[in-house]
Design a protein around this ligand. Structure first.
Ligand SMILES: Nc1ncnc2c1ncn2[C@@H]1O[C@H](COP(=O)(O)OP(=O)(O)O)[C@@H](O)[C@H]1O
Ligand SMILES: [Mg+2]
Length: 305
């Protein structure tokens, strides 16, 4: 299913949301932006949990104004929101019972979903006995059980530890591709967005500033917001990547911080410029040293419009 938002507006006090966006059929699109920029609000409007003040929402070119239970959407949130008094089987079966599936159909479907999230034999487990990662996989299974037309995921991995986050995001991507389900994913984590998405919509302060494939967002940010969010250095209207800075010639600046990242080292200068380079044995930098730096490749950035 494809989704379209045309000039969807919503106001909460000083906060103003104003977005237009298209999500293609079977696409994995990520809303990426800092906390408070309006990502969850967009998702809630699409789900029917929130009404927009103005603008139109379309599902497959038809205006969508049905209540949430008629939108056939699968939802997964950060805080799991599984039913704690029901076991794993009953959590996944919940939507199927509401839809009056037969006992046999429910059993088959639950087994199929447990297989998909690789938690077979977990049917009888209690929710409180599951780890965070397992709970999120059950939440995904529950969301997918009803064969939704659209999957909405709001920071589903952000309360998990780093290693689990990476393995679960690989799994999520595989499942999404296998099912071909249109997916709108929300995160503030650029690495997550880059690794998962077919396209990324970068949001700031209630607006979408760029919608592009991950490669294009990373290599060709259009304005300062997007560039900064992708970890670029921005000086005036010029942008350059952390890995595109050489040391030795150019502007003089003092080192404010040094982070060792295994093979690489990240040097932060007092003017905020960040340099990322592979470590060489004979190079030694210390905080407080003055170095000269210059950008190898620069792009011109538009103002934030
Ligand atoms: N129901 C609400 N009532 C009042 N303000 C809200 C409500 N929901 C969201 N907001 C405000 O709208 C802004 C965007 O919130 P949100 O969509 O949750 O952002 P994000 O998910 O990107 O962190 C925030 O300033 C938030 O405080
Ligand atoms: Mg949010």
């Amino acid at each position: 299913m494809k989704i379209k938002l045309t000039e969807i507006k919503k106001r909460f006090g000083d906060f103003r949301l104003d977005v237009s966006l298209k999500v293609h059929d079977s696409e994995f699109l990520t809303l990426l932006g800092p906390s408070g920029c309006g990502k969850t609000t967009v998702l809630r409007i699409i789900a029917g949990l929130e009404n927009q003040d103005s603008g139109c929402l379309y599902f497959n070119d038809k205006i969508m104004d049905l209540p949430i239970e008629k939108r056939n959407i699968g939802l997964v949130f950060q805080d799991y929101a599984l039913f704690p008094h029901l076991n794993v089987f009953e959590n996944i079966a919940f939507g199927l019972r509401v839809r009056k599936y037969t006992k046999k159909e429910i059993k088959e479907r639950v087994e199929e979903l447990l297989d998909l999230v690789r938690l077979n034999a977990y049917e009888k487990r209690r929710i409180q006995d599951l780890s965070g990662g397992e709970q999120q996989r059950i939440a995904l299974a529950r969301a997918l059980a009803i064969s939704p037309d659209l999957l909405l995921l709001d920071e589903p991995l952000s309360s998990l530890d780093a290693k689990l986050r990476i393995s679960l995001r690989e799994e999520l991507k595989k499942i999404q591709k296998k099912l071909g389900i249109t997916t709108l994913y929300v995160t503030h984590d650029q690495e997550e967005a880059l690794s998962l998405s077919d396209r990324i919509a970068v949001m700031f302060d209630g607006k979408i500033y760029q919608v592009d494939a991950p490669e294009d967002i990373y290599h060709h940010p259009k304005n300062k917001y997007v560039a900064e969010f992708m970890g670029w250095n921005v000086e005036g209207n010029i942008g350059f990547k952390q890995e595109d800075v050489s040391i030795g010639k150019g502007k003089e600046e003092r080192i404010a911080n040094i982070e060792f990242l295994g093979r690489e080292v990240k040097i932060k200068l007092e003017n905020g410029i960040v340099i990322r380079k592979t470590r060489k044995k004979d190079e030694n930098y210390a905080v407080g040293d003055t170095i000269r730096y210059s950008a190898k490749k620069v792009i011109k950035l538009k103002r934030n419009t």
